[in-house]
Design a protein around this ligand. Structure first.
Ligand code: HEC
Length: 182
């Protein structure tokens, strides 16, 4: 057996020895730094929202109402209609495939549910958590309408939001996450 081959065998052997311990719920050895965090998922004010809609709360809104929320709470940092401002533009100036790609929420993000999740947990930046679920649905609808993804009277809720197909939905290479059926 040549040298490289015996090295592979040694690595494989180590893996076989380590796996049963982990599978049996054994503790994986770490550097022993810090402390183990409790499982706080259930206690979080905003549990994660998944692309298939899991985690979305009750409530709804459309772009017409969302525009009012946006103009009052978001324009200062994201500019009028999602363009400009110190917080960065949310709406791009053209498709990703254009000569000067301009990635933004509308043409880059693969899932509309992320827009709800991010806005609810982090925006407006100076007062996150102050918007009601209806306001978050509405402002999400407004940004999706500016993107041309939905109409201005389309009702956005836990049922309809996950069904929206973002323009760049197929522009990602799925490496370690199973592809969602949508
Ligand atoms: C005080 C300034 C401020 C206000 C007001 C504000 N934002 Fe933001 N927003 C930011 C900044 C700064 C970032 C970039 C944060 C980061 O990258 O972590 C951001 C990022 C975002 C993003 C992610 C953009 C991306 O490309 O990653 C979204 C979506 C967003 N804001 C939506 C909103 C909405 C909707 C409102 C109104 C309800 C709002 N923001 C109000 C400052 C603000």
């Amino acid at each position: 057996m040549s040298m490289p081959e015996s090295r592979y065998v040694a690595v494989l052997l180590l893996m076989t020895l380590a796996l049963p311990a982990a599978a049996a719920g054994g503790k994986i050895a770490g550097p022993n730094l810090g402390q183990v965090l409790p499982n706080t998922e259930a206690a979080l004010p905003y549990p994660s929202i998944y692309p298939d809609g899991r985690g979305l709360p009750a409530g709804h809104g459309n772009a017409v109402d969302g525009r009012k929320v946006y103009d009052a709470q978001c324009t200062a940092c994201h500019g009028s209609a999602g363009r400009g401002g110190s917080g960065g533009q949310l709406i791009s100036h053209g498709p990703l495939t254009g000569p000067e790609p301009d990635p933004a929420v509308d043409n880059y993000w693969p899932f509309a549910t992320t827009l709800f999740d991010f806005t609810r947990r982090a925006m407006p930046m100076t007062a996150p958590g102050t918007l009601s679920n209806d306001e978050v649905y509405a402002v999400t609808a407004y940004l999706l309408n500016l993107s041309g993804v939905i109409g201005e009277n389309d009702d956005i809720n836990a049922e309809t939001l996950p069904k929206i197909r973002m323009p760049n939905r197929d522009g990602f290479v799925w490496i370690d996450v199973p592809k969602s059926p949508r």
